[in-house]
Design a binder for this molecule. Structure first.
Ligand SMILES: Cc1cc2nc3c(=O)[nH]c(=O)nc-3n(C[C@H](O)[C@H](O)[C@H](O)COP(=O)(O)O)c2cc1C
Length: 158
């Protein structure tokens, strides 16, 4: 069964709720999902994954230092993540607070790894975003996004 990793950092739980909803969405497909706090994530775990989805709260318009540290540590795998599926999500404190720039900052790193990123034409285009505690709409979008990632994994595995 293909494997997806959803790795997040979250201090007050908002990004974690998003991570859980994305994982549930992926679970609806025939894909195995592991949800990991970035503090417990091992860079080498990425090697066996078909998809890697990273989430961070927005800190000064970009990802939290904990997620940046993890991404910087992935340099030891540089070239080995090419062709895997990548995704990103973020929770900010306010609308216009930089959640999209945070998603983009994570996606930039994943693209530099040579990963495949799936946008969406109807819901948050770059990846799920939420303001504060994710509301029902944000949770639904996270679940839809997870489902889309799962479907893409299966499509590329054919
Ligand atoms: C150091 C720090 C910097 C932050 N910077 C921003 C920011 O630039 N824009 C914003 O909208 N919210 C900002 N916030 C608020 C968080 O993004 C927001 O509370 C988020 O929902 C926290 O997610 P979490 O519950 O997963 O930790 C900041 C919070 C902290 C602690």
């Amino acid at each position: 069964m293909p494997i997806a990793l959803v790795i997040y950092h979250s201090k007050s739980g908002h990004t974690k709720k998003m991570a859980e909803a994305i994982s549930e969405g992926i679970c609806k497909t025939e894909v195995s999902v592991t949800l990991i706090d970035v503090a417990d994530a091992k860079v080498d775990d990425l090697l066996n994954a078909d998809a890697i989805v990273l989430g961070s709260p927005t800190y000064y318009g970009t990802m939290a230092a904990e997620m940046k540290r993890f991404i910087d540590d992935t340099v030891k795998l540089h070239g080995k993540l090419q062709g895997k599926i990548g995704g990103a999500f973020s929770s900010s404190g306010m609308l216009g607070g930089g959640n999209e720039t945070t998603v983009m900052s994570i996606l930039e790193a994943l693209l530099i790894h040579g990963m495949i990123v799936h946008g969406h034409s109807r819901i948050a285009h770059y990846g799920p975003i939420a303001v504060g505690d994710p509301d029902t709409k944000a949770i639904e979008e996270c679940s839809k996004y997870g489902n889309m990632i799962g479907e893409l994994i299966l499509k590329l595995a054919k």
